[in-house]
Design a binder for this molecule. Sequence first.
Ligand code: SF4
Ligand code: SF4
Length: 391
Amino acid sequence: MQREKSRVVIAPCSTYDEEEVYRAMKCAVELLGGIGAFVKAGEKVLVKPNFLSPSSVDKAVTTHPAVIRGMLRILAEAGAKEVVCGDSPGHGTCKAAAEKIGLSTGDLFGARIGDMSQEVHVKFDEGMTAKEFQFAREVTEADALISLCKMKTHALERITGAVKNVYGLICGYRKAAGHVKYPNAGVFARMLADIHRCVKPRLHVMDGIVAMEGNGPGSGDPVPMNVLLFSKDPVALDTVFCHLVYLDPELVPTNTQGAAMGIGTYNIEEIDICIAKEGREACSITAAELQKRYGNADFDVDRKGTKKTLLSRYAETMRALAKRPVIDEKRCIRCGICVSHCPVPGKAVSFKNGREQPPVYDYSKCIRCYCCQEMCPRHAITAGKKRRRDL
Ligand code: SF4
Ligand code: SF4
């Protein structure tokens, strides 16, 4: 029996004007059946943006407040009983991240910003790779989860999108420890897919109005892509992101492992790409048409690599080992955040030469999880290559 296609709705939008973003989001959600298809009146909803760390809006590290408010407004109209907006950042607190992007003032349409720091142990016997999680309490209290991810590059998984966004449901430093337990891109992607199988997010939205390219997910460069993406299928949504930036979806572990574990598809023949424009009939387009209209072939993302064969697995491992984290001494302020976030017992980065000098790496211990690179507040760490803008 033919698999029903996964619909991915694209809403073109080149501004973060709150009214325009709200209308684009409303129009797109209608093409997926309307918000009522995802949330029933009276339900408790957790809205999970990407708050990697407290960063100003112009850095494009977090989901934009206009996209968050747009969803909170739509949920308020749907009669959701209690709406909490929250993410457990890799560094800092959820409230600090929300404040930094101006969400602690202005209308939240009856919702509140979650604390996301109290952990609850959840057993998941059906897990194929991960059988337990330490979720933030708000995850276990919600009836429904809506994910608002950000279109960005990622040193470990190449991209971060709908599949990766659920890692912020894991509480605080447990995330760094997860990199030791799931020490490479493939097994880490399988753990993420198990989170999806466990919490079953109902709707995925990607903020791609301004994306992050290059040294993502925390230190890359903002680049306009002028689109919002919507889908029930996280893998299909990330696959359309890949096509927009001319990246082979099969090179992205969260796509291949997510599909293998049944949370979605990266086969473009099984994806219905649909354009949402206010007052217009929904129209489906091909991936080639999508690239022609909204694609960016110059988007700075790692496109190197070969399709999955035995040899390529070896090549992939060698490539990952080669992609060493490197500190730019001129940018480093010796804050020590990289050292505190290194999950490896005994640390693979330390102030061996004293606090006056930048930290140094012990690459023999380093598992290439790039937590240090993700958390450096000065964008001083790159994974294996110089920034395009520094060349
Ligand atoms: S986190 Fe960045 S700025 Fe801070 S010590 Fe490490 S490299 Fe330097
Ligand atoms: S040094 Fe950085 S990349 Fe290496 S294990 Fe530590 S946090 Fe991960």
